[in-house]
Design a protein around this ligand. Structure first.
Ligand code: 9MR
Length: 456
């Protein structure tokens, strides 16, 4: 399939599956009644996320599907699953040419019977390679990797919504370099080769690059992955999404610029997914922030937590999940559900490009008129000034398009809405013209929109 064009019906399939899943969630919850069009009041994570067209999922260990306490929570709360280990290379191809799909198929069947979407994890990775692959190098390894991608994506064709095609290919620390691995040593183009093979084998799956420690926008690793995605988009390498694992465990904290990271990747024209979320000691604030950040970015498609109960976690001593070992909801669960229920669905069509061209001046509304004059433009930012007529005291509402961000203002008193994207500027006695600087953050075309001008 040519470059990254999306197969028709892909997003329709997601939407239909989420509707089914939301209904399953509602039916399964006695007493939960959500009237069409009423304020959000869903009582499960999946149903609540589905109200904004998103999913809320979990990693599943297939062996635990025999534990009824586990499956009760899984089936009630979640509308998306990722195999925690059963779709890794060593699990699916333990001996070269011998594929073992039993456990993975069992999870896919379970998910389909419950109306859950499946994330495939992962086709190409330096870790969890079977012994025969670990010992390979060069063209032999490259071909074996591509064959694995092709065979596995073909086997699951039509059943996987998103593939983590390549996992964790960048180095930690400040280098911004690729991680050294036997795959990397086959040539820098191994990642794009994997993506092209996956697209050919399953044209309907969305193809993601997935990594950890790419949550902080200022980190060299985040910037390096950003540049790779930007490069892939510019050259037509078929990539649809970026997965931020978001393990805020083991010493890595939720960064306050997480929303900037999500929206910056999204501005490249890819969806973003929070794929392996867990947070040390499960603080409600951090969980709430992650949900709100996702809800604020139209292309953030959903959140997957890396396990159901603390006792299921790969870092169980940190108690990082939403349910305790007895399967009871923790305070972080309530914080997440409330945030999902309070969330405003993104408006507009996320595939519509941001407004371009000159800033607009709306007709007079609240007794004054705000006229925009574009100011100086630099490579990374630009200035705007606004002159108010018809009133000597006033407030003007200005909206900017994320990931753009207003960084500086002058000659007025600004306040901000919770998203940080809408500024209300009030006169402060310094005249009828105010101004501000907007950081482009990768989007050089959008310009501020004046929403209203109100006298007094
Ligand atoms: O949670 C997974 C654990 O059970 C496995 O032993 C481990 C090695 O395969 O992988 C864990 O999941 C990892 C995921 O596949 C990729 N991102 C980091 C996750 C936590 O280590």
């Amino acid at each position: 399939m040519a470059n990254s064009s999306r197969a028709p019906g892909r997003s329709r399939r997601l939407r239909a599956a989420l509707v089914v899943s939301a209904a399953v969630g509602l039916l399964a919850t006695a007493g939960a009644v959500v009237l069409p069009g009423s304020a959000s009041a869903a009582s499960t994570l999946g149903a609540s996320a589905a109200e904004s067209g998103r999913y809320f999922g979990t990693a599943v260990a297939v062996s635990r599907l025999n534990d009824s306490a586990y499956t009760t929570i899984l089936n009630r709360e979640f509308n998306q699953v990722t195999a925690e280990n059963e779709m890794k290379i060593d699990a699916l191809q333990p001996n070269q040419g011998q594929f073992n799909y039993g456990n993975a198929d069992r999870l896919v069947q379970h998910a389909r019977s419950q109306g859950m979407l499946v994330r495939g994890h992962t086709l190409a990775w330096h870790s969890q390679q079977p012994g025969w692959m670990q010992n390979m190098s060069g063209t032999t390894l490259r071909n074996a990797m591509l064959n694995h991608v092709t065979q596995v994506a073909t086997h699951f064709r039509g059943q996987i919504e998103w593939w983590d095609v390549v996992n964790e290919a960048f180095a930690d620390g400040g280098s911004g370099a690729r991680r050294d691995s036997n795959l990397q040593r086959t040539g820098n183009d191994w990642i794009e080769a994997a993506f092209r093979a996956a697209r050919q084998a399953d044209p309907n799956a969305d193809l993601c690059y997935n990594d950890y420690n790419i949550d902080n926008w200022n980190d060299a690793k985040t910037q390096a992955v950003y540049r790779m995605v930007q490069d892939f988009k510019s050259r037509g390498v078929p990539i649809d999404c970026v997965g931020l694992q978001s393990h805020f465990t083991g010493g890595s904290n939720y960064p306050s610029n997480y929303r900037t990271t999500l929206s910056s990747f999204a501005a490249l024209g890819v969806d973003v997914h929070i794929t392996e979320l867990d947070i040390r000691n499960a603080p409600s604030d951090a969980y709430r922030n992650v949900v709100n950040d996702c809800l604020a970015v139209a292309r953030c498609k959903g959140i997957t937590v890396w396990g159901i109960r603390d006792s299921d976690s790969w870092r169980s001593s940190e108690n990082p999940l939403l349910f305790n070992g007895s399967g009871q909801k923790k305070p972080a669960y309530d914080a997440v559900l409330t945030a999902l229920n309070n969330g405003t669905p993104p408006t507009g069509n996320p595939t519509t490009p941001p407004p371009t061209g000159n800033p607009t001046t709306p007709p007079p509304s609240g007794g004054c008129t705000a006229t925009v004059t574009p100011g100086q433009v630099w490579g990374d930012r630009y200035n705007t000034s606004v002159t108010v007529s018809g009133a000597s005291t006033w407030s003007v509402v200005v909206a900017i398009t994320p990931p753009q961000r207003i960084s500086t203002t002058w000659s007025g008193s600004p306040t901000w809405d919770s998203s940080g994207n809408v500024m209300t500027m009030r006169s402060n006695g310094s005249g009828n013209t105010f101004g501000f600087t907007t950081m482009m953050n990768g989007n050089s075309s959008a310009r501020p929109q004046i929403r209203s001008c109100t006298a007094g």
